[in-house]
Design a binder for this molecule. Structure first.
Ligand code: ACO
Length: 426
């Protein structure tokens, strides 16, 4: 093999003339070799644009080609043929379940949906009447750690399973509870006869009917949306989960931190921004002027662009496909036509083309959630329910890898040593 064909990089410290040749493995180079050659010289990479924080076997994301696979299975096939709970199992265990494993898993999740009464009466009812459901969810997930102190035993796989199960089971209950409380409606207890998505819709919308019967198209659409959000490798919230988990905090505290990271508008809050943007545009006629204002740097086309995808986000394509089915039941969201036209114009425009800006998953999800009558402050909450298995899979994987505590370095650029100045001399 010629030198140019070697799958390695050579790093030379020109201060000393010493070199090290490092293999390129699975698309990465091991930073330890750099550390041995140049101790005390750090990679400066704010925002982690070129830093891989871990190896992982969970999700394969090829942003240049618009490919997303969970444990090797294409997202398109999972969205078409699987269920959210099956995908949870797949992410957590690495394989699709057989019938018995599936039955046990679905049973375990279904029978852990209830919440301790104190959590409802004393904790959830203590929030201010107009508290944001996402703020309530962050706090409620953290509070669960006080109800399950045994969760601290993170080394026992059986104990870990129990907590993972509880978090996946109870997050929709907490989410619906947060919503009902924010609109002053009584809490609806989980219905164990319903599927995961159906039960969530029941806890959200049930009023006085003895049994809530969700529309199968809507519960299927919700299940697909949860699948699409279930994992996305080292995004901001998942990395938060791994970082907090690396201190060996219990999984409830780690998941609360991840949920908090998702709360931000740059991460889980973008779909809400898309609706605001479409409303502001208001009509077809205003689209060209809006596009011009984006190109002039006066704002962003929300729901477009992605740190990793430089092609069409495969999740956005699936969401777009499901939108029509949902609108057949709910009636068309009037903002859809503006969104479609906006996408058509942007995909033809040199500004967006040259920067590889395509619709991301958030461009169409808000329209579906809105048609299903979810209020905008619940959009990120829905994202949290979907992402929970991803967070937990990464938390578990990091523990199984025996990962060290997360502790990056910094490049210090502040003052040199100086003497304390008494107040009278400042
Ligand atoms: N509209 C207009 N221009 C954009 C957009 C956009 N949505 N996104 C990026 N650009 C432009 C930038 O202005 C920049 O242009 P320049 O090179 O002339 O300065 C170029 O494209 C590169 O953009 P960056 O900001 O470097 O991209 P980054 O990877 O840091 O940001 C992000 C990614 C935050 C998603 C960005 O594309 C954005 O703000 N999009 C809108 C918000 C959004 O939809 N977020 C949801 C993300 S998906 C999720 O979290 C589930």
């Amino acid at each position: 093999m010629s030198d140019t064909a070697r799958e390695t990089v050579t790093i030379t410290d020109n201060r000393t003339g010493k070199s090290v040749e490092v293999p390129i493995k699975d698309g990465g180079v091991d930073a330890k070799e750099w550390g041995k050659l140049m101790p005390g010289v750090w990679f400066l990479d704010p925002g982690f644009s070129v830093t891989a924080s871990t190896e992982s076997t969970i999700t394969d994301l090829d942003g240049l080609n618009g490919i997303l696979r969970y444990r090797g299975y294409p997202i398109e096939q999972l969205a078409e043929s699987s269920t959210f709970l099956e995908v949870c199992y797949l992410l957590l265990n690495g394989e699709l379940p057989n019938q018995k494993q599936s039955d046990d898993w679905v049973h375990d999740v279904t029978y852990h949906t209830f919440i301790h009464e104190n959590m409802r009466k004393r904790f959830m009812e203590g929030f201010h009447h107009d508290a944001h459901p996402m703020g309530m969810l962050v706090s409620a997930i953290a509070a669960l750690s006080t109800f399950y102190p045994e969760a601290k035993d993170i080394d026992d796989p059986d104990n870990r399973y129990k907590q993972i199960n509880r978090l996946i089971s109870k997050t929709p209950t907490l989410a619906a509870m947060a919503y009902r409380s924010s609109i002053g409606m009584p809490f609806v207890y989980p219905d164990n006869e319903l599927s995961y998505s159906e039960n969530f819709l029941s806890m959200m919308w049930k009023v006085a009917e003895p049994t809530y019967e969700p529309d199968p198209v809507l519960s299927k659409a919700l299940d697909v949306l949860l699948i699409l959000h279930a994992d996305h490798e080292q995004n901001c919230s998942t990395t938060t989960m791994r970082v907090v988990g690396s201190s060996h905090a219990d999984p409830y505290s780690s998941a609360a931190a991840a949920t908090a990271a998702l709360y931000g508008p740059r991460h889980g809050g973008a779909n809400e921004q898309v609706i605001h943007m479409l409303r502001d545009i208001g009509s077809y006629d205003n689209i060209p002027a809006f596009i011009d204002s984006v190109k002039a740097g006066e704002g962003r086309l929300m729901g477009f662009g992605h740190r990793v995808y430089k092609a069409y986000d495969p999740r956005a394509r699936i969401v777009k496909g499901h939108a029509d089915k949902v609108f057949e039941v709910t009636g068309k969201n009037p903002l859809l036509d503006i969104a479609l036209k906006l996408e058509e114009i942007a995909l033809e425009d040199e500004y967006f083309k040259s920067r590889n800006l395509y619709p991301n998953v958030d461009f169409y999800t808000g329209l579906i959630y809105q048609a299903m009558e979810f209020p905008m402050n619940m959009f990120t909450v829905l994202f949290s329910i979907g992402r929970m298995p991803g967070w937990l899979s990464h938390w578990q994987e990091a523990l199984e890898q025996g990962s060290r505590i997360s502790r990056p370095r910094q490049v210090y650029t502040g003052e040199g040593a100086r003497d304390y100045v008494p107040m009278s001399e400042r």
